[in-house]
Design a protein around this ligand. Structure first.
Ligand code: SAM
Length: 268
């Protein structure tokens, strides 16, 4: 495959920072990510932000199921249609797509070197689908990946860590150095694989966790009292073996499930 700079020049384009365009130039990583995304059996594969096709090429060659790609950039979309005739390409902002109707009840596997500025929004849009993907192989800025995998009582730990760790088994596929991309980003990237756990997350649990971390320096009872009035959070915390003045960062993901159950928010 030609170097992205050569292809972009031929299109009269340049890498767009506003779209987090850092194109993968490492054949090793392209191959590794494509193979990882094909390991979980699925009925359809989605790639978000195919760019110049560094991952798309391998996917289209090896996938035995339909591949759909979602690309915002018009020039890159035109280039993809020429490079991969017949490709099923959805042009536009992936965040504005009705992904459930694209999914049409199928078991979907998702692959993406994510546009970094939209990592959280895209990840939650996928995780909150009525039937979440059977596998997500996603590349993030390394700091973001650290937040996803963080442990309680660490500065990186937050609602993102709790909700994703409750919903998915999460595995690191390794660290990609800046030189794996053109243009090279300032920092390392990390690829993670997410495989959903069997039980779905009740919406009340999502609300509880997001509210608990809204002001992370505040104690839980005061953080929760507005959205969950009349519930004796301090007493419940004590019953669960915590200080009545505990902060959200002290509770492990499973503790939030116990807290929500004791608060009567759900039965699970
Ligand atoms: N997959 C390519 C690769 O690995 O070389 C490109 C990855 S680049 C980090 C992110 C890609 O996401 C770019 O192609 C960019 O145009 C696209 N993108 C940015 N925002 C998007 C959005 N809201 N919806 C869909 N694609 C988007």
């Amino acid at each position: 495959m030609s170097h992205p700079k050569v292809v972009l020049d031929s299109l009269g384009a340049a890498a767009r920072k506003s779209l987090s365009q850092n194109f993968l130039i490492s054949p090793h990583w392209a191959d590794k990510l494509v193979r990882a995304s094909l390991e979980t059996p699925a009925e359809a594969i989605w790639e978000i932000g195919p760019g110049l096709g560094a991952l798309t090429r391998g996917l289209l060659m090896s996938a035995k199921v339909p591949v759909t790609v979602f690309e915002f950039d018009r020039k890159l979309s035109e280039h993809l249609r020429v490079s991969f005739p017949g490709i099923h390409l959805v042009e536009g902002d992936v965040l504005k797509q009705d992904l459930a109707s694209h999914q049409a009840g199928k078991r979907v596997s998702v692959l993406s070197n994510l546009p970094y500025h939209l990592s959280s929004a895209i990840l939650f849009k996928l995780a909150e689908l009525p039937s979440p993907p059977v596998s997500l192989v996603l590349t993030f800025q390394r700091e973001f990946a650290a937040r996803v995998r963080a442990f309680p009582r660490t500065p990186d730990y937050g609602a993102l860590s709790v909700l994703l760790q409750l919903q998915f088994e999460i595995e690191s596929l390794g660290v990609l150095p800046p030189g794996a991309f053109y243009p090279a980003p300032d920092i390392d990237s990390e690829a993670l694989r997410f495989v959903p756990k069997p039980a779905a997350l009740p919406p009340e649990l999502r609300l509880l966790v997001k509210t608990a971390f809204e002001q992370r320096r505040k104690q839980l009872p005061s953080n929760l009292k507005k959205k969950f009035p009349g519930i004796q959070v301090a007493e419940i915390l004590q019953k669960l073996g915590f200080s009545p003045l505990a902060r959200a960062e002290e509770l492990a993901p499973a503790d939030f499930v116990a807290l929500g159950r004791e608060m009567g928010l759900f039965i699970a």
